[in-house]
Write a protein that binds this ligand. Structure first.
Ligand code: NAD
Length: 318
């Protein structure tokens, strides 16, 4: 099977490449624009694998996508996106381009028949925010994004839905909760905590720290995507969630404990604008219809993750 992966040099993308090259026999082609959030060194390491090809390109540019359409693909997994909410609040230009225009350009290529199936990787953030006591989001929950990042992801989800309804293209959407694990950019919550704690620096915590996120280890996300690739039904949306609802302050304290660091490092800072209060996701459709089961326990996976970043910061890269 020939598989095309967009955004394969990013956090989830790199983990997914390792997953595919280890656990399947698929040939993998990657297109990635190698933005600040990417891991070119990791791509260089993979290049020697005869099952792997890499192209630098912007998915929002038609000519860049055409370069990789030199063969037919059984599947396209679309991770490429600008992904940092804080950056989208400062300036959303790149988010509109990568997340909306990029998805639109891929949908246009799909219409030409180069790709037999596309899995559009979206996020639980498109559903907006829950109150305490609300039921977790279902696939049929309304889209109600509250920040520019999630608005661009919701826009791309709607384009995918429209292209399925209008043209019956082979499209599947996944909406996953917060991932954690190796290769996440240090701008994100968990790597920021480990980085600052490791260097005994203040760790910024937004607002009262009581925002709730539903955490999933990245390898469990990769396994879910691989399963959806094999058994998912066109036109469907699948939620992927960890069932690990934690407040930000609890995650922070757990990491400080693991690292043997003082709670005095925590510095409360003004809350992010439009900060969603709670995300929680119901993945029973994926479990019941496709048989997905989460493998990694939160605490164990968090320990493994903290250890991985600590090794990086010590200069012991892998
Ligand atoms: P990331 O920011 O770590 O990586 C994104 C990758 O996309 C980078 O390698 C970057 O170079 C590439 N890219 C950006 N713009 C591009 C463009 N125009 N053309 C080609 N490549 C481009 O993001 P991530 O955390 O790995 O997220 C991957 C996908 O998963 C995103 O679509 C995101 O919305 C979704 N998602 C992420 C999470 C999470 O917790 N990280 C949760 C649910 C869904």
């Amino acid at each position: 099977m020939n598989v095309l992966v967009t955004g394969g040099a990013g956090f989830i993308g790199v983990n997914f490449l390792h997953y595919l090259l280890k656990k399947t026999t698929y040939d993998v082609t990657v297109i990635d624009y190698l933005t600040y959030a990417s891991h070119p060194k990791e791509i260089k390491r993979l290049i020697s694998n005869p099952r792997f090809r890499f192209f630098k390109g912007n998915v929002a540019v038609k000519e860049d996508i055409e370069v990789v359409m030199d063969r037919e693909y059984e599947a396209l997994i679309h991770f490429a996106a600008e992904s940092h909410v804080d950056k989208s609040i400062q300036n959303a230009d790149n988010f509109i381009d990568a997340n909306i225009v990029g998805t639109y350009q891929l949908l246009k290529q799909l219409s030409k028949g180069f790709v037999k199936k596309m899995i559009h990787i979206s996020t639980d953030e498109v559903y907006g925010s829950l109150n305490l006591g609300d039921q977790p989001f279902m696939e049929i929950s309304p889209l109600s994004p509250n920040n520019p990042y999630s608005a661009t992801k919701a826009s791309s989800d709607l384009l995918v839905q429209a292209y399925y309804e209008t043209f019956r293209l082979p499209l599947i959407t996944t909406r996953c909760s917060n991932n954690f694990g190796p290769f996440q950019h240090v701008e994100k919550f968990i790597p920021t905590i480990v980085y600052n704690a490791f260097h005994n620096r203040k760790i910024p915590l937004y607002g009262d720290g009581m925002q709730i996120r539903d955490w999933l280890f990245v390898e469990d996300h990769c396994a879910a995507i691989a399963l959806i690739l094999e058994r998912g039904k066109n036109g469907e949306v699948y939620n992927i969630g960890g069932g690990n609802e934690k407040t930000n302050i609890d995650v922070l304290m757990e990491i400080l404990n693991m690292m043997g660091k003082s709670q005095n490092l925590v510095e409360y800072v003004r809350d992010r604008k439009g900060h969603d209060r709670r995300y929680a996701i119901n993945s029973s459709k994926l479990q019941n219809e496709l048989g997905w089961k989460q493998e990694f326990q939160f605490e164990e996976a968090l320990k493994k993750t903290v250890q991985w970043y600590t090794n990086i910061f010590k200069g012991k890269f892998l």
